[in-house]
Write a protein that binds this ligand. Sequence first.
Ligand code: SF4
Ligand code: SF4
Length: 337
Amino acid sequence: MISSHDQLAILAALPHSFEETIRPHLPAASALAPCALSTLQLNIGKRCNQSCRHCHVGASPLRTETMSREIMDDCLQVIAATDEIKTVDITGGAPEMNDNFSYLVQACKNLGKHVIDRCNLTILEEPGYGHLGAFLAEQGVEIMASLPYFRKSYTDRQRGAGVFEKSIRALQKLNRLGYGTELPLNLIYNPSGIYLSSSQALLESEFRNNLKEAYGIDFNHLYCINNLPLDGFLQALLKLDKLTPYMDMLKTAFNPCTLDGLMCRYQLSVSYDGYLYDCDFNQMLDLKIMPAPHIREFSLDRIMSRKIRTMNHCFGCTAGSGSSCGGELVLKKGVLT
Ligand code: SF4
Ligand code: SF4
C-alpha cells in the first residue's frame, strides 16, 4: 500500500497539470467550485470480504477502520438538518460489514432520504449476511453493485477466484426480491487495464443480453467508472512503468464538457472518522476540505463557498465521457478526442 503522502508526491511530480488544463474553461480567475450539495457519501469502513487488485480504497478483510455509531449520529444530525441533501450514498470497503449499517440505513429512510448501498454482491453470500438482501428491499434502498464483467474468467482475474459465481447467485437473489424490476439495481463497471471503457450504452446492452441469456438476470442500468491513478491501481501502473502513458492518455482525452457534472460539485464525502472531502478519491489522498474539515463543524454556507481541491488524479474524471460514482457525465458526442 502507498501512503496518501507518497501518492500526492507522485501525482504532483507528473508533468501534467489539471489546474492549468481546466483554467481556460472556468470563469476568469476562479477554481472549481461546488454547484449544490444534493448527496452525502459516507464511507463507513475500509473492511471488505474481498481484496481486489485495483481497489482505490485499499480495502481488505484485514482493515479495521470503521465508522463508529457516534460519528454516524453526527452525520445523521447534518442529514436531518440539511434539506438540500436528498441522497445518502453508503460505501466502504463493504459497507454492510459495519455493525451499524442497518441502523444507518433505517435512520436515513426515516428522515425521508434516498439511500444507495454500494455493494460488492459477494458480501450477500457470506455467512451472517444472508438476511441483507431482504432488509435492503424492505427499506427500498437503491443498490449499486460492482461487477467487473459478464464473464467468469475476467471477473475472477480482477477480484479473485469464485467471485463471479457468488456475484451471479447474489444478483439472482436480488432479482427474486424485486431488484432490477420494481427496485433499482444498477451495475458498476470499470476497465481492468490502462484504457478508458467503451461506450456506456454499448456495454450496458452487452451486459444486459449476456446476463439475461446465461443467468436470467435483470438490472436497470450499467455505469462505467474510469480508473483513477490511486492506491492499488497506481501501484499496478508504477510496477508496469505505465503511469506516464496512462496520464498522457487521460490528459489527451480531457473533455471540458464533463466539468459541469463532476460529482465533487454536487456531493461531499465523509470518511469513517468524520472528516469531509470533495469526493471519495480526495479522501484516499487525505485532501480534506478547507476550512472546517470535520462533520461536527458542518456549515452549508462554508461548504458551498469552498474551493474544490483538484490534482492530477482528477484527469480520470474528465477523460472521454467523464466518470463519476454515477457513471458517464456526458454523451459520447461531447467528446473532443
Ligand atoms: S470489493 Fe470493492 S471495496 Fe472491496 S476490495 Fe474490491 S474494490 Fe475494494
Ligand atoms: S477526483 Fe474527480 S470528483 Fe474528485 S475532486 Fe477531482 S474531479 Fe472532483
